[in-house]
Design a protein around this ligand. Structure first.
Ligand code: MG
Length: 155
């Protein structure tokens, strides 16, 4: 068994889409980034890479590389499957938390779980996604950005 942890933050700005776990969520602001800025998928990917002992997504998919401009993060996540297979590993389980003051994310969590499971070549039952606010405190509370934490066990 191998365990990994991931953490990511993206800034909320006008004129960008809000994509979390591959779900395009209607909102007045979206996440800024070189890729689609899917902060949840990035945290999950970093947890997997942590478990593999392979650094982080910035190392694997540099944001200075034009190939990843506007990239679909779920598509990048799918590229971790052969890396896991090379190590004789697959997803044991993933547990992730999105920290956002707005919008309400609960209705979208089942679709995020489906999307991540499909990208990572596993069943939705192995993926858990939670959402919380920070009670209007700090940068997430002030709606300046969204953060995500994830842990992953590979077996
Ligand atoms: Mg990121």
């Amino acid at each position: 068994m191998r365990i990994g942890h991931g953490y990511d933050v993206h800034r909320l700005v006008e004129g960008r889409r809000l994509i979390l776990g591959g779900v395009d969520i209607p909102h007045n602001v979206g996440l800024l980034g070189h890729s689609d800025a899917d902060v949840l998928t990035h945290a999950v990917m970093d947890a997997i890479l942590g478990a593999l002992g392979m650094g982080d997504i910035g190392h694997l998919f540099p944001d200075t590389d034009p190939a990843y401009a506007g990239a679909d993060s779920l598509g990048l996540a799918a590229r971790l499957v052969p890396l896991m297979q090379n190590h004789g590993l697959s997803i044991g389980n993933v547990d992730a938390t999105i920290i956002a003051q707005a919008p309400k994310l609960a209705p979208h969590l089942p679709q995020m779980k489906e999307n991540l499971a499909r990208a990572l070549g596993t069943e939705p039952s192995r993926i858990n996604i939670k959402a919380t606010t920070e009670e209007k405190l700090g940068f997430t509370g002030e709606k300046l950005g969204i953060a995500a934490h994830a842990v992953c066990l590979l077996i």
